[in-house]
Design a protein around this ligand. Structure first.
Ligand code: PRP
Length: 179
């Protein structure tokens, strides 16, 4: 285990088993269709890669980078798009792949933005959900793991851009971010 980790929350085996289960559910949902599967950079990249490798459904891959303004404020929720989709999603089934939902602001606004492009459907699959932190009304259609409000790193998740390549989800030691 990385020495900055307090403990491992989800080990590789647990993650891989759950990713397989959720991939099978998505295969059922999209049977006979070809969704555009969207990786929200950067945190979801590891989950995205494992998920699509476990899905049998033919799919198109796309990438988006966004950041939400004014989380926790009464802002009307502009979302800054740093990198937009390459695909035209009009009439397409869209699957958004996220690593974590916290306040829900990012996905609430992203879903609204993508729905305005007239897709056939928009669904969200997230690796982690922290429902206790929610500010925006955002319920993902698929969640791999609901977790408590802990500072998690690894399997794509970072602290100051570190730890994304750990193969497990760990809890970061307080001493690391309180320095
Ligand atoms: C994280 C995560 C979500 C968002 C969730 O991204 O990937 O996009 O925060 O938070 P919210 O529910 O409170 O809106 P982050 O901005 O850390 O970027 P990264 O994926 O590049 O690390």
């Amino acid at each position: 285990m990385n020495s900055d980790c307090e403990r491992i929350l989800l080990d590789e085996k647990m993650i891989q088993a759950r990713v397989k289960e959720v991939a099978a559910q998505l295969d059922k949902l999209y049977e006979g269709r070809k969704p555009v599967v969207v990786c929200i950079l950067k945190g979801s990249v590891v989950f995205f890669v494992d998920l699509i490798r476990n899905m049998k459904t033919p799919c198109e891959l796309d990438f988006m980078a966004v950041s939400s303004y004014g989380a926790g404020t009464a802002s009307t929720g502009e979302l800054k798009v740093k990198k937009d989709l390459a695909a035209d999603i009009t009439g397409r089934d869209v699957l958004i792949v996220e690593d974590i939902i916290d306040s829900g602001n990012t996905l609430y606004h992203l879903k609204k933005m993508l729905n305005a492009r007239a897709p056939a459907s928009v669904n969200i699959v997230t690796l982690l959900d922290k429902p206790s932190r929610r500010q925006a009304p955002m319920e993902p259609e698929y969640t791999c793991f609901e977790i408590e409000d802990e500072f998690v790193i690894g399997y794509g998740l970072d602290y100051a851009e570190d730890y994304r390549n750990l193969p497990y989800v760990g809890i970061l030691k307080r001493s690391v971010y309180e320095k």
